[in-house]
Design a protein around this ligand. Structure first.
Ligand code: ITT
Length: 182
């Protein structure tokens, strides 16, 4: 028998779902997965992209959903790749980013989680400051091998507690407080 869920994560990226599921499990929310490659509008605001993505996902599945839009913002290149993080990862990747940077390696990861149902559309933001490593370290997905959170010497890929401090954790913790009391 299939398990029934009250809330679904809509994404093409199963790494994001696995992390979101594990984080929300620990916060008392059971999360299902609807794997789907949602169209993304172009905007320099992650929240504008996330809101449009959430409305689109709800219009397809007609169930309470959350989606997530993330960006890696690197200070020395004016916040690049930011809202273009998915495209930049697929094109120049971690190697390309390491080649771009010289001295200032400060960066931040931002996650926007947007909830949508028949009547509500609401976003929650999580930010994590850090820096870009000089070389790739560890075997994580996406930008995990090059992102070192503040107060750490290890990249996300080398840490075993990423889900207790990540941008995703911070956004989902805000979401869970709201969701469980709505
Ligand atoms: P969706 O279908 O949910 O949009 P996506 O992979 O396109 O999946 P985003 O646009 O939200 O996801 O994220 C942009 C990129 O940022 C993503 O493809 C990853 O390469 C990277 N990224 C986001 N969160 C990450 C994390 O926790 N660790 C490593 N890379 C991450």
């Amino acid at each position: 028998m299939h398990k029934s869920f009250d809330l679904f994560f809509v994404s093409s990226n199963s790494h994001k779902y696995q992390e979101a599921k594990s984080i929300l499990d620990s916060l008392g929310i059971d999360l299902g997965f609807l794997k789907s490659n949602l169209e993304e509008i172009q905007s320099h605001s992650l929240n504008t992209i996330a809101m449009a993505k959430a409305k689109n996902a709800y219009s397809i599945f007609k169930k309470p959903i959350i989606i997530e839009d993330d960006g890696l913002f690197i200070d020395s290149v004016d916040g690049f790749p930011g809202p273009y993080s998915s495209y930049v990862f697929k094109t120049i990747g971690n190697k390309g980013i390491l080649n771009l940077l010289k001295n200032n390696r400060k960066a931040k990861f931002v996650s926007i989680i947007t909830y949508c149902d028949k009547t509500i559309l609401q976003s929650f933001e999580g930010k994590l400051n850090g820096r870009i490593s000089k070389t790739q370290k560890g075997k994580g997905w996406g930008y995990d091998p090059i992102f070192i959170p503040n107060n750490s010497k290890k990249t996300f890929a080398e840490l075993n507690n990423k889900n207790e401090l990540s941008h995703r954790y911070k956004a989902l913790r805000k979401f869970s407080k709201w969701y469980l009391h709505k």
